[in-house]
Design a protein. Structure first.
Lengths: 325, 78
């Protein structure tokens, strides 16, 4: 499917720049051009498709749906699924949280949404397809959705309402499952496209530098780290590898698009995929700045429990993948 | 009549961008309007929105959750 990109990379490196096949620099450059082009194309396609889906699932519709329907346990899964198609920037997490609570949506269901939405987003999916292939992407997406669902159910069982900040408790007390007037925009796809298009370009523009830097660093590492280098330290049998990888990942949030290409090289050099997936989930799904934003609605204790449960679920899925894959 | 424009946002990059775009449009086109930034979360929640930034013109929510272009803002103000 991507042969033509390889041809372009070959042509550019061997014909235009006149470098010799087999030379270190030539091979590294070839790899870099091929990888960057392929990943940017995939990112573009996936961000665009998700933009279209998102345009038909505005957040108010999602909230109304979850607020109106009794789903007998399935609401956690639904919230998690909605999280996939409804991305939001971390600065919206507080208004989202309040909006859900106000709509009478249980805390655990709200958490399921808040966990999956950043964890399984269009940029992560695009990068996964480009770097690891379809199979690993599906594993990542499905496990991300299940992780949000399970964490949501656990958090609901813990009865955490007392740990909300006082003004949110007040919102909770006045919560009602009433339908807010929501007028769906009746627009054709053609009318929606300009807005979707400009969003796609904005997202791409903001991540391209990190992606390119990540691929460049990955490319350099590729040439210098010997095959199987990490197997010595991060063996599947090393029980500490998954928790350490997950905890290391939490502070690295802003550069997920730069970190994924590097992780791909680490996997190629022998880090088990389960450990790597746990690490990436930590990078993409958990961010300390977001935690600090949530202080407006949650006590520190609640934030700690929230992060603790998610971290634990990530670690468990890391172990599971190492056993299964 | 002077229009009352509010930009609701929790202080993130996108919110600041929206505020500066709106301010630019008002200044460049000599529009009779006041621009106010609302950063307090309780104030923001009064408008019943879940995604920031939000553009409110004369107490009507017009754009939420994304940064608009200058032309879009101009069209809304005219």
């Amino acid at each position: 499917m991507f042969d033509w990109i390889q041809n372009i990379a070959d042509w550019f490196v061997y014909d235009v720049l006149n470098l010799n096949k087999g030379e270190h620099l030539a091979e590294a450059l070839n790899f870099f051009i091929y990888d960057t082009t392929k990943i940017l194309i995939l990112l573009f396609i996936i961000i665009f498709l998700m933009g279209i889906v998102n345009s038909y699932f505005p957040i108010d519709k999602v909230k109304n749906y979850l607020s109106r329907n009794k789903l007998y346990g399935l609401e956690y899964l639904m919230a998690s699924l909605f999280g996939v198609v409804t991305p939001f920037c971390s600065c919206s997490s507080v208004p989202l949280f309040i909006g859900f609570v106000r709509g009478g949506i249980p805390l655990g269901v709200t958490f399921a949404f808040l966990i999956t939405s950043p964890l399984v987003n269009e940029v992560a999916i695009g990068l996964f397809v480009g770097l690891f292939g379809i199979k690993t992407t599906i594993i990542y997406v499905v496990s991300g959705i299940l992780l949000g669902t399970v964490s949501g159910i656990i958090l609901q069982k813990l009865k955490l309402e007392p740990y909300l900040t006082p003004w949110v408790k007040e919102v909770l007390a006045n919560a009602q499952r009433k339908q807010e007037a929501f007028i769906a925009e009746k627009q054709t796809l053609k009318q929606r496209l300009p807005v979707i298009w400009s969003e796609v370009l904005k997202i791409l523009k903001s991540i391209i530098p990190y992606v390119i830097l990540g691929i460049a660093i990955g490319g350099l590492m590729h040439g210098y780290i010997p095959e199987g280098f990490f197997e010595k330290y991060m063996d599947k049998d090393n029980l500490f590898a998954v928790p350490i990888a997950t905890i290391l990942a939490i502070p690295m949030y802003a550069n997920a698009s730069g970190i994924l290409p590097v992780v791909q090289v680490l996997v190629a050099k022998g880090i088990p995929l389960g450990t790597a997936i746990a690490f990436m989930m930590g990078v993409i799904g958990l961010s300390l700045p977001e935690a600090m934003l949530l202080k407006k609605v949650m006590t520190l204790k609640l934030i700690a429990i929230f992060f603790g449960v998610v971290t634990l679920c990530i670690i468990i899925s890391g172990y599971l993948f190492n056993i299964i894959l | 009549m002077t229009k009352v424009i509010k930009v609701l946002g929790t202080g993130c990059t996108k919110c600041k961008k929206m505020a500066s775009i709106v301010q630019d449009v008002v200044t460049e086109n000599n529009i009779d309007a006041t621009v106010e930034k609302v950063e307090d979360i309780m104030e923001i929640m009064k408008f019943n929105v879940m995604l920031v930034p939000v553009l409110v013109i004369d107490d009507v929510v017009t754009i939420k959750g994304r940064v608009p272009t200058k032309n879009e803002v101009l069209a809304l103000l005219n």
